[in-house]
Ligand binder design. Sequence first.
Ligand SMILES: Nc1ncnc2c1ncn2[C@@H]1O[C@H](COP(=O)(O)OP(=O)(O)OP(=O)(O)O)[C@@H](O)[C@H]1O
Length: 235
Amino acid sequence: MKTVVEMTNIHKRYDGQQVETHALQGISLHIKEGEFVSITGPSGCGKSTLLSIMGLMDTASEGSYQIASVDTQGLKVDQRTQIRNQHIGFVFQSFNLIDSLTVFENVALPLEHRGTSKNEIKQRVEDVLSQVDMLHRKDYRPNQLSGGQQQRIAIARALVGNPDLILVDEPTGNLDSKNGDQVMALLAQLNKDGATIVMVTHDSRYSRCATREVQLLDGKIVSEQQSDVDLQGVA
Ligand SMILES: Nc1ncnc2c1ncn2[C@@H]1O[C@H](COP(=O)(O)OP(=O)(O)OP(=O)(O)O)[C@@H](O)[C@H]1O
């Protein structure tokens, strides 16, 4: 199995006016193709910081990070953007869909940035919308959909470019438990179909849907557990 994420001794320091925050203190994490890793831990332990570095939205102060065997050290901003577009899909708590575009156009965006042909875009967008069971809503606008449906569209957008890694930040945070359960069951199914997923969640019931649970405390990994996927109580 290919290694998708290879982080070694990652540190992150934020310089404040008076105090420096040492948000990540020597994180080493290797994630293989096909894994579903959940990241949990109390508020302020560094989960978002870790996800931002993994998603190349921020840089580490120290340590090395390779994604899909590409070394990210010393890259310029446009190179990071290119690697991000090529290798990573994102799903956020607040969906981050564009209301002035249709569902189809929202999902097509990552492929348009890559310069994919119109025919290929149509095929691929319809495929992923079917995968998340939303093809019948392709001409709707996001604000005409429920929260759960919007999150499924956001997941389709993350999938459309066939990324090596899908990063998911509190995907159920804005959803009621029924929609949250459905979104989580969809993520578990996508992982079974081969997607590599890293998910930050506060919800221990959902972290059990992952194949590995990583717990952070004060910027360090304090526990790592392989788990049998447990969808009990989740739709
Ligand atoms: N841009 C920033 N500037 C300064 N300090 C920051 C910045 N971002 C995060 N921090 C600090 O780094 C530490 C880790 O923050 P982070 O947001 O990664 O935690 P978290 O585990 O995601 O928290 P939460 O669960 O509340 O979202 C915290 O002490 C936070 O105050």
